[in-house]
Write a protein that binds this ligand. Structure first.
Ligand code: MN
Length: 298
């Protein structure tokens, strides 16, 4: 993490650099999506990463994702700018402000809406954030839905001794700080900010699949020092215990580093349902159509 940490061997190399595709989601909001795409279906245990925006809305323009179901996995929403409002079929309601995290374990199923906050729709402004889909292991796919909503000020933050690196520890641990969020399988979700000259050496077990996603600035990643800038994902090989990267260029580097143990189970996905078999998908569709995931009371 910094020059004062012990030097660890086995830094990982880079398997691929993937540029996000641009698409529209929900009610028509812009997303940068590194996966799934035709070239990269999933990255076990991760099913999807969407960068929402960044987009500047004029008053009255902001859109979101109206009522839709999920079953069989988790959605992790991390807001950087803007304001979101969440409601679901179990009567749960919450708001997300910049820096807040909502870790939703959909499990057996929820129907929810993810919309801009009404006051934000009225005022307009910059909207920017992330949603990551984390697959659940077979034994957890039908568990009770659970929310972990962590306001920005409760997210542990650590700084390197040289002051050039700060990290927000959303899941896992970094620089001696542990996340407050509990995950079903071991996951790292770290948001690093590197000032000019900053470098990171993050220990992550070899069996974890790990990727980075650059939010802004430019970084050099892995043993090859592969360059990646905004909207670019770097997939690391599973050939070491250490992820290394450094800031380069004139601007600070803002980057997500995300990793998890692969589940190595069959993945059958149909839109918002991700199960292990076709039969379980048919059941999910049937349960949804017959109101067994509930409805949102307006
Ligand atoms: Mn959703």
């Amino acid at each position: 993490m910094s020059s004062s940490e012990p030097v660890r061997e086995e830094p990982r190399s880079v398997a691929r650099v993937v540029s996000a595709s641009v698409t529209r989601e929900g009610g028509g909001f812009l997303v940068h999506r590194p996966f799934p795409t035709a070239g990269l279906g999933e990255f076990d245990p991760f099913l999807l990463l969407d960068e929402m925006g960044p987009v500047e809305y004029r008053p009255g323009e902001a859109v979101g994702a109206p009522d839709h179901p999920h079953r069989g996995f988790e959605t992790v929403t991390y807001l950087l700018e803007g304001a979101m409002q969440h409601r679901d079929s179990r009567g749960h309601e919450g708001k997300l402000r910049p820096g807040d995290v909502q870790w939703m374990t959909a499990g057996s199923g929820v129907i929810h809406s993810e919309m801009p906050d009404p006051a934000f729709i009225q005022s307009g402004g910059m909207a920017h954030g992330f949603q990551l889909w984390v697959n659940l292991p077979r034994k957890d796919k039908m568990i009770r839905p659970r929310y972990q909503e962590i306001p920005s000020e409760k997210i542990p933050v650590a700084q390197s001794p040289d002051g050039k690196v700060t990290v927000r520890v959303i899941a896992g641990e970094s620089l001696g700080r542990k996340a407050v969020i509990e995950t079903r399988t071991p996951i790292f979700f770290l948001h690093f900010r590197l000032m000019p000259g900053g470098h990171v050496s993050q220990t992550i077990p070899k069996e974890f699949n790990v990727f980075s996603y650059t939010i802004s600035g430019e970084g050099l990643f892995g043993t090859e020092e592969a360059s990646a800038t905004d909207h670019q994902m770097v997939l690391f090989d599973n050939d070491g215990h250490t992820i290394r990267f450094s800031q380069t260029g004139p601007s600070p580097l803002s980057v997500l580093l995300i990793g998890g143990i692969p589940l190595n189970e069959p993945v059958v996905r149909y839109g918002p349902f991700v199960m292990n078999t076709e039969q379980e998908i048919r059941q999910a569709i049937d349960d949804y159509r017959n109101g067994r995931m509930g409805t949102i009371r307006s």
